[in-house]
Write a protein that binds this ligand. Structure first.
Ligand code: PLP
Length: 478
């Protein structure tokens, strides 16, 4: 028989305080050193990963030893996604204020899936959703949910559209997005049970925005073939280049064709807080649903997306189901039961990780940061265009610029291979971390400026490293 001491998981007050203090000491040192840490360091990562495979421990180890393992060995071997030099994929930064919110919500462990279980907490989260609806110009009775990220937001939007627009036998439904749409749209279609062949990848123009004529032709063709067009996605900032589709025109087509109009604003949506962004994203307010990711444009740590829906009842019809063991639900639309609006039942209190930083700082510094990112991307594009032999493949529409180096005697294939090497050379310096993509069969290097920690000084280092990588590479060629 085991004694009570063997069951003890509750830390004494002082022991818990020591644990929190030990973790905060490490966190503070880590954050303070972020600008000096390499922009990425995964050398030896596989060996590290192998060394971490251990049998289930029967007995514990001191917390200090575990924190040392994490902060000295595990965390450093990664992309420094929280650092100022992270200009890859879509950064965000990861406001530590949200990490403190996570500590509070984890330690209090309240249940927000059902309003009645924690009315104040659910109200705070519902209020965050209302802030977001207001930002994008949806009407006051719009609503939605906080999700784990853009992929889940796109998925739930598609489920709502499917439920509203198609009968239960939905396999002949067709979906439309540009050839630049994020792959989470096609994945959502796959998860929702649509055959891959029903997802139309519509041609985009020279600035990577959907061609409305091509879209209309595709819809007409599908109708003539007896298919049922029902879902149109507009991009409000593509992952490749930050391209923004003409959302007003798309909304018009969706209305005429009776399609559900979803806007994937996972990356670009929060730029509506700025004057320039508002102009670029005009028409977003006409959407039936919008995916908007706080873990991108509001600089939160990974794990928070949002889905905003004009007719929140449609979202509910697609997701609401309950069980006899559930507490009584209520009907007040101001205070929803989140589990009825999403595939999730139990989940963390996502609202607090958005609410705390915004309530602490107000929205003004977020807006100012987004303004700065727009400026930095324009500045980078201008500086890149001054480098001889650099071709801008996508001027920034928001905060992404895509480019490549060109040389007259190289084939397309040769150029792509050379640019891949240039990218590797820039990244090897580890002052910034960039990623590449394919733009119409051409390999492009892209810079995405979105972290709240990225400022002009780091962008100057980025430009310096790009210039030098090209110059060194020219030298090798001679
Ligand atoms: C435009 C766009 N949509 C959707 C997603 C998917 O978001 P998440 O990674 O949060 O699932 C991304 C991710 O970068 C994105 O850029």
């Amino acid at each position: 028989m085991s004694g009570p001491e063997d069951r003890s998981l509750e830390l004494s007050g002082p022991a818990l305080r020591d644990l929190i203090e030990a973790a905060s000491k490490r966190i503070l040192a880590h954050i303070e050193s972020l600008p000096r840490q390499p922009a990425a360091d995964t050398a030896g990562g596989t060996e590290l990963a192998r060394s971490l495979e251990t049998p289930l421990p029967e007995a514990g180890r001191p917390a200090e030893e575990l924190l040392e393992l994490l902060f000295a060995r595990v965390i450093p071997k990664s992309f420094n996604t929280a650092g100022p030099g992270y200009l890859a994929y879509i950064p965000g930064g990861g406001l530590p204020q949200s990490a403190v919110a996570d500590l509070v919500s984890g330690a209090t462990n309240r249940y927000v899936g059902v309003f009645a279980a924690a009315p104040g907490l659910a109200a705070i989260e519902a209020n965050v959703v209302r802030w977001f609806c207001g930002m994008v110009g949806l009407p006051p009775d719009a609503g939605g949910i906080l999700t784990s990220g853009g992929s889940l937001s796109n998925f739930s939007a598609l489920l709502a559209a499917r439920r509203e627009k198609l009968p239960e036998d939905f396999l002949s439904g067709t979906l439309y997005a540009s050839d630049q749409a994020h792959h989470s749209i096609a994945k959502a279609a796959m998860l929702a049970g649509f055959p891959e062949r029903q997802v139309r990848s519509v041609e985009s123009d020279e600035r990577f925005r959907i061609r409305p004529e091509a879209l209309e032709r595709a819809i007409a063709r599908d109708r003539a073939d007896g298919l049922r067009p029902f879902f149109l996605v507009g991009n409000a900032g593509t992952t490749n280049t930050g391209a923004v589709d003409d959302l007003t025109v798309l909304a018009g087509i969706a209305r005429r064709e009776r399609l559900w109009f979803h806007v994937d604003a996972a990356y670009g949506g929060f730029f509506v807080l700025t004057e320039r962004g508002r102009r670029s994203l005009a028409g977003i307010e006409l959407a039936d649903s919008i995916a908007l990711d706080p873990h991108k444009g509001l600089f939160l740590p990974y794990g928070t997306g949002s889905l905003l829906v004009r007719d929140v009842e449609a979202l509910k019809r697609a997701h609401a189901l309950s069980g006899e063991y559930m507490p009584a639900m209520q009907e007040d639309p101001d205070f929803p039961d989140f589990n009825l609006l999403s595939p999730e039942l139990s989940r963390g209190w996502r609202g607090l990780r958005v609410w705390l930083p915004v309530a602490m700082h107000g929205i003004a510094p977020f807006r100012a940061n987004l303004e700065e990112k727009l400026d930095l991307a324009s500045w980078a594009a201008e500086e890149l265009s001054k480098i001889p032999g650099v071709e801008i493949l996508a001027e920034p529409q928001l905060s992404i610029v895509a480019f490549r180096a060109v040389r007259p005697n190289l084939s397309e294939e040769g150029l792509s291979a050379w640019n891949r090497r240039l990218l590797a050379r820039v990244n090897a310096r580890a002052r910034v971390h960039l990623t590449g993509t394919m733009l119409r069969d051409r390999f492009a290097i892209r810079i995405c400026v979105l972290s709240f920690r990225t400022h002009r000084d780091r962008m100057e280092l980025a430009l310096e490293d790009i210039r030098e990588a090209i110059a060194e590479s020219e030298l090798y060629q001679r």
